[in-house]
Design a protein around this ligand. Sequence first.
Ligand SMILES: [Zn+2]
Length: 333
Amino acid sequence: MRRGVAAALAAIAACVMFAPALDAYLKLGTTINGRVLSLHWTQLPIRYFVTDRSVAEVTSQQLQQTIATAFSTWAAVPGVSLSSQFAGFTQVGPLDNNNLTVLGFENRPQLDRVLGSTSFTVDVITGDIVESDIFFNSAFAWSAAAGGETGRFDIGSIALHEIGHLHGMGHSALGETQLIAGGRRVIAKEAVMFPIAFAAGTVADRTLRADDIAGIEDIYGTSAFRQSSGSIGGHVTKNGSGVQGAHVIAFNPKTGKLVAGFTLSADGAFTIAALDPGFYVVRVEPLDDADVTSFFPGSFNVDLSFQPAFYDKVVVVPRGGTASGVELKVVPK
Ligand SMILES: [Zn+2]
């Protein structure tokens, strides 16, 4: 039974694996022999180790408690089937080669824009994640204080984001940033899975938003959940041709929830899943061109040259079904 297992595993890093042709939300995937596999865990609970390494103001015990809280926050989303188990402290670092899922601090001062990152080993036949490691960059100043701490990044917020990746989630584009000297500043964001962190000192990303919740439900939703939620499907076209990489946003005016997806194929098709049944306003916009590589690999052709547009009708999402035929026609910029 074990024969061939090693050959069927691929090690991949989070930053190069936002695959085209996946439904809804941006999920992590990888293309093997022309087939797109969506990454997910099937062996539950997810067993993880924590590196026994403390940094200033965050002990390894505090890190472990923070990580346990972040796993619980994702698992507590209504309608999902997820669980995890702390397997113990280890001397092994998250970037060391091994067959264990390890989360911990590692000092990488040369990665001066990376607070943390997630990597995977995946079964290339099934897309099952067999191992995932998260490193938190101890070159930054961290805090585990309940209310955050000025000048220090909140380990709880960054852990929640990275553990979203660990579950197979990609980045959300629901946010706005401003270019400033030395990087980007977040003006607003509506998802923990937005690729850029809030400034040091805030704890805002300890709380999942509607888009994060829809994303985890899309991957791990139970059949009962799928029967009680719905989706929107359609195409984005320009002069009769599909637009690839367009950001499509569904807004529910009754609940105020924003959930978004992308067109992931050359015909401009999109699906936004895990939606509450009800009325939606649908809008399409190009990705912010400065951030394209945060969402898609360089080989993925993203069309940025069109004007934002609203769908001209209110979309009614049915319970357990799809509001299909949402055809968004955009004009060149
Ligand atoms: Zn990320």
